[in-house]
Design a protein around this ligand. Structure first.
Ligand SMILES: [Zn+2]
Length: 228
């Protein structure tokens, strides 16, 4: 029997330098995240701009920053999944899962779609290689249990104007059916939009409750019996 009726879980994409500070923040508040990484870009000199902030992949890459959290696939090279043929899907996902598994010495059972795009072909490919859940970028603005985990829609982005209102609703929710508050984002946006205080306030607000399970994506799905 499940003791918890509510769970909070995070999902952050791309594996960038700002993940270190974010992971430290999650650790401070006992929160858990699934980090969706691009294995082929881990040591890349991939640089881009987010509102004036220079986003970089960590160099050197320090996998220890992710300790205590979950590693999920996000495509080896962050290509648009719905534009790939079967061979390219293998290179993008099978190789990604293999590389992350080896690097982190852990099972990889989840993913997030790069650019939030997918197709039925992509979904069935991921299913065939043992991926149990994969996240889109479509906000549900609710906490309801979903059954199609390979098209899993998050509650909202951390930066959504509704996030704090949803957090309030979630904390006060006394539903007898399981509720998951699933928040996604990119850690570089926290730097780019100067949102570290905002993010810390959100973490503080959601943490420290004994009626809430704080766990990674796969732990939450497993706890509520959605995956084995
Ligand atoms: Zn991405």
């Amino acid at each position: 029997m499940c003791t918890y009726k509510k769970a909070v879980t995070f999902s952050f994409d791309d594996g960038v330098e700002s993940d270190k500070r974010l992971a430290e923040l999650f650790n401070k508040y006992g929160l858990k995240c699934s980090f969706n990484l691009n294995s082929g870009k881990i040591n890349g000199d991939d640089v881009w701009d987010c509102n004036g902030f220079v986003v970089k992949r960590p160099d050197p890459f320090d996998k220890s920053i992710y300790e205590g959290h979950e590693i999920c696939a996000h495509g080896r090279l962050h290509l648009k999944p719905d534009e790939l043929d079967e061979k390219e899907l293998c290179e993008e996902f099978d190789e990604d899962v293999r590389a992350l598994k080896k690097l982190f010495n852990t099972e990889i059972c989840g993913a997030a779609y790069a650019f939030g795009v997918y197709s039925d072909k992509v979904v069935s490919h991921l299913k065939n290689i043992g991926i149990r859940f994969s996240r889109t970028v479509n906000s549900t603005y609710n906490f309801d249990i979903q059954t199609d985990l390979l098209r899993f829609d998050p509650t909202c982005s951390f930066a959504d104007p509704k996030t704090f209102e949803l957090a309030e609703q979630f904390l006060n929710n006394e539903s007898e059916t399981p509720q998951i508050f699933y928040i996604w984002g990119h850690s570089y946006e926290i730097d780019g939009y100067n949102m570290w205080d905002y993010m810390e306030n959100l973490c503080k607000m959601l943490s420290g409750r004994d009626d809430i399970l704080y766990a990674t994506n796969s732990e939450v799905f497993r706890y509520f019996g959605l995956i084995d």
